[in-house]
Design a protein around this ligand. Sequence first.
Ligand code: ADP
Length: 386
Amino acid sequence: MKNYFSSSFTLGILGGGQLGKMLLYETRKWDIKTAVLDPDNEAPCRIACNTFVQGDFNDFDAVYNFGKKVDVLTFEIEHVNVDALEKLEKEGVTVYPSSQTLRIIQDKSKQKQFYKENQISTAGFQVFKNKKQLLQAVENGEFTFPFVWKKSTGGYDGMGVKMIKNTEDLQQIPDAPCIAEDFVDFKNELAVLVARNALGEITTYPVVEMEFHPEANQVEYVICPARISDSVAQNAQRVARLISDKLQHVGLLAVEMFQTQKDEIIVNEMAPRPHNSGHYSIEASFTNQFEQHLRAILNLSLGSTKSKVGAVMVNLVGAEGFTGNPVYKNINEIVSLPGVTPHIYGKKQTRPFRKMGHITIVNQDINKARALAEKVKNTIKVVSEL
Ligand code: ADP
């Protein structure tokens, strides 16, 4: 085994946002050297890594040249140049998760195809090269309203996803490769974090429940454990394991799912990295998701995924009507509540609905944590300087 600790070993991270920043808490804990690549010179990771390289993680040369200087390469965002990752792998650089996995995940049409080929339950879909093809299919009656339009590549946080209820909605979508998906009448949105190391050791975290903001299509509350039956939870964890195994994934994988009215589990999508739905683990789990990702990509034994306490996470997003230098209002009011820990990502500019931080609320009683989370949400506000 390599000596990662207090040595010259360097972990490279593509992307310098909040996920990278929280990963760096763990590399600091273990005294592991890091280098980060991000286009923004003021990215949240800047202050916590050993070497910061300003550059575009979508650019082949920027990623290739960066990757050549590190011992293991990982990423905190999936929109990175995958051709460069593939070349680096061929030249002997360890890249985890692999370029092959990333290629499948980057393109929603490939991702859906992967579920289909591996008999993993997912909503029915059809792939289209452009808007014209989709319009034609609707005209031919191959797709009827309502359905869900998803841009094949480049979407995130609900951008690039639209419910199509009528021809008017259809006219408004942009012209791009896309998928059309059957509308799922779900009871709950769930997520399972699964970690796998190169030796094939797999662990799953408890199932979490996600409550969405009705307009912004962003997660408002993440609740751990989900308030579901044991059999539904076990099924969700089984599906997550299966996906991780089929991909021969190395690292953390977040699998988002729907629980249908009939209690079936249908996979929505996945992300090959630490995930918003696992932030609660920093305060509530024996091993938080960032440490677990490090363990997995360094091929160390995986840690316990058990929770010490119930937890609810609230995303702290920029308030509507405010753009500019952020001001966090009423932080003292929320830290005076029991079990409440805010995380501020350090982004220089706030915008409506931009993720600026999150707050974790822990309590032995999950319903108490959920009630407190609502209070927190209604108290704290991210505005901008006047
Ligand atoms: P993103 O990649 O932007 O996170 P998702 O595929 O997760 O996009 O979709 C965003 C949200 O849209 C989901 O969390 C869910 O609320 C809703 N959604 C997505 N697909 C469907 C579907 N087939 N049926 C019903 N709602 C859906």
